[in-house]
Design a binder for this molecule. Structure first.
Ligand code: ADE
Length: 238
């Protein structure tokens, strides 16, 4: 069964973009997933296909009209898929969300432009509002691309045995340990000795300790959750 992604967007040419390359692009070609970028402009009003208007209450910028967005949503078959609206006002998108989306039939991503979408259509549609970080993008398309990339790599058959989702950052609530490859000596810097030892248990201990050290230093939030025992089913951060 093909995992189905739909993007509702005013810029359909932004898709597949990077999703047409590398791992996700090969999976797209192989039919593991599909991507339908729907132009919401088609639902715009009048000869000029207007999709936005000024905010009630005043203020800068434009807001996407609820009638136009609702018509665009009505124009697709959700087929049991969640409707996701990327916005800096959303709750933080986590690897647990990605796993949930990837395990289902697919997702529909509503890509906002301008200042955003009228709140009423978000309420009425039951859209899940998610943020990919505390910064402002110029629109939802890049956030949608991030979300879809993260989902697609988890679909069965996408990652080969060479690419593991088990040991990566967040898999156990910790950031991933540092990685090294050949040459063993480079620019006066050595690879940690234990990694050359072939002693699997010692390597596992070293990696666990390194994961803990980097998580404590860089992500006190993840570290606190991990120590509280909440880190059982969370992913590590690269
Ligand atoms: N749209 C604009 N900025 C965003 C962000 N940080 N996360 C998700 N969607 C966005």
């Amino acid at each position: 069964m093909t995992w189905q992604a739909t993007a509702l967007t005013l810029f359909p040419d932004m898709f597949p973009g990077t999703l047409g390359q590398s791992l996700a692009g090969r999976a797209l070609e192989r039919g593991i997933w599909s991507l339908d970028a729907r132009d919401m402009r088609e639902y715009g009003l009048g000869r000029h296909r207007v999709v936005d208007d000024t905010p009630f209450g005043g203020g800068a910028g434009m807001v996407m009209r609820p009638d136009v967005v609702a018509a665009a949503i009505a124009g697709i078959d959700l087929a049991g898929r969640p409707l996701v609206y990327p916005t800096p006002r959303g709750r933080p998108l986590k690897q647990a969300d990605i796993r949930r989306y990837a395990a289902g039939p697919g997702v529909v991503v509503l890509c906002g432009r301008y200042e955003g979408v009228d709140e009423r259509v978000l309420e009425a549609s039951g859209a899940e509002q998610v943020s990919i970080g505390d910064y402002i993008l110029s629109g939802g398309e890049v956030a949608a691309t991030v979300l879809l990339d993260a989902c697609v790599r988890l679909l069965p058959g996408v990652m080969g045995s060479g690419e593991s989702a088990v040991e990566e950052s967040f898999a156990d609530g910790l950031l991933e340990y540092p990685l090294y490859t050949k040459p063993a000596q480079w620019d006066g810097r050595d690879v940690p000795e234990v990694l050359l030892s072939g002693h699997h248990a010692a390597i596992a201990r070293w990696r666990r300790a390194a994961s803990e050290t980097v998580t404590q230093a860089r992500r006190p939030d993840l570290w606190a959750a991990y120590q509280a025992g909440a880190g059982q089913d969370i992913p590590r951060v690269a």
